[in-house]
Design a binder for this molecule. Structure first.
Ligand SMILES: Nc1ncnc2c1ncn2[C@@H]1O[C@H](COP(=O)(O)OP(=O)(O)O)[C@@H](O)[C@H]1O
Ligand SMILES: [Mg+2]
Length: 374
């Protein structure tokens, strides 16, 4: 087992100007499950491919354990990779698919058989070893792809959106299986996904990227409770956090009918570049529905109510909005989202009044988007 270190690792594709991955600094602990997450094109696959040796590193270094592998051939890095398109060889049995890399490496037949059987047991595939891939379900095929990686007993697993080809239900089951399997095997794993729910549920830590630049690394809880900037705030969490930029007047952020008090620390952190504005964030569950006129409340006009059984979410607009005020969410920048009691949800067209729960707002610089102290 081993640690993984990205040290200012940069990839600039030929013919492009902006780095696809820009001076990535990241340390993955021995045995850790680290998830790289971000929207499509943010540089997740490129980062993983640099670690695998499939993509040149233009500047910076990559280490596995203490070993600088920046210029080491992929086959000599002691890693195993699972891709989204984990094409299995259709003419080979499950056992042969799983053992193929070992066969190429010239391992003795007996050892291959033993390692394949052991992996099959872990993956619940023992009874399918003689089948061909076409006689397996999607989930089973996915497990064979995992098995191919496991039998190699690598120092590091690399996984690039390995669940994307599965339907929604199977994706949820398989993500639990992969996460618990990784913990059992204790092999350092770097896992790529664009799906923030997958990241939150699977990772020991999550690394959020945007346009090739690392935004924040932390535990799922850190990312949810203390997003470092507006981008992470809007990206992590479902339904997404509400975010809006408002004028500061007399130490308060004005929000529709309401004036939300800002602490002295926050006010002092606002700079001239912010031009008298501040960005506030609050999650759908950080709002309480209250009666009209309650101190600090603001009004929301209900456009849509989404009932999910255990929860109900109101999608609406800030009422009595002043000019230049805009409030939306990481999902849709014109709609506020409020979690309400599913037994007594409001109706489309209603006006509700809400307050932000004590201690549950996030404040960011209007100019830089960086989190401000409270
Ligand atoms: N072979 C390539 N040549 C040029 N640009 C590429 C190549 N592969 C990826 N890119 C660009 O690099 C950026 C990051 O891509 P990628 O790492 O695949 O993102 P992600 O996996 O997060 O969706 C994107 O802008 C993408 O268009
Ligand atoms: Mg990708």
């Amino acid at each position: 087992m081993a640690t993984v270190t990205f040290d200012h690792a940069t990839r600039i594709y030929p013919g492009t100007e902006r780095p696809a991955v820009d001076a990535l600094n990241l340390e993955v602990a021995d045995g850790e499950f680290l998830v790289l997450v971000g929207p499509s094109g943010c540089g997740k696959s490129t980062s993983l491919r640099m670690l695998a040796g499939l993509e040149d590193v233009n500047s910076g270094r990559i280490l596995i354990g203490d070993r600088d592998v920046t210029d080491v051939q992929p086959k000599d890095r002691d890693i195993a990779m699972v891709f989204q398109n984990y094409a299995l060889y259709p003419h080979m049995s499950v056992a042969d698919n799983m053992g193929f890399a070992l066969k190429i490496a010239g391992k003795p037949k007996k050892e291959i058989r033993e390692r394949v059987e052991e992996a099959a047991k872990i993956l619940d595939l023992s009874e399918y070893l003689d089948r061909k891939p076409k006689a397996l379900s999607g989930g089973q095929r996915q497990r064979v792809a995992m098995g191919r990686a496991i039998v190699r007993q690598p120092q590091v697993f690399l996984m690039d959106e390995p669940l994307s080809n599965l339907d929604a239900k199977l994706r949820v089951q398989t993500r639990t299986q992969i996460a618990s399997l990784q913990r059992r095997l204790g092999v350092t794993t770097v896992y790529v996904t664009h799906d923030q729910t997958e990241a939150l549920t699977m990772g020991d830590r999550i690394c959020v990227m945007k346009l090739g630049v690392l935004q924040q690394v932390g535990t799922p809880r850190d990312m949810y409770d203390r997003p470092a900037n507006v981008f992470v705030a809007g990206f992590i969490g479902s339904p997404a956090m509400n975010l809006g930029t408002f004028s500061i007047k007399d130490g308060h952020a004005t929000l529709g009918d309401a004036a939300i008090p800002l602490t002295r620390t926050t006010q002092e952190a606002v700079t001239e570049a912010d031009k008298g504005e501040i960005t506030l964030g609050f999650r759908p569950e950080a709002l309480d529905v209250v009666s009209e006129g309650t101190d600090g409340s603001f009004a929301i006009d209900v456009n849509l109510v989404e009932e999910l059984g255990s929860d109900a979410f109101v999608y609406g607009e800030l009422a009595n909005r002043k000019e230049a005020e805009a409030l939306g969410s990481g999902e849709d920048d014109s709609q506020v989202i409020v979690r309400v009691d599913p037994r007594t949800p409001p109706m489309k067209g209603d006006r509700i009044h809400v307050v932000i729960r004590e201690g549950q707002k996030h404040v960011f610089s209007a100019a830089s988007g960086e989190r401000l102290p409270e």
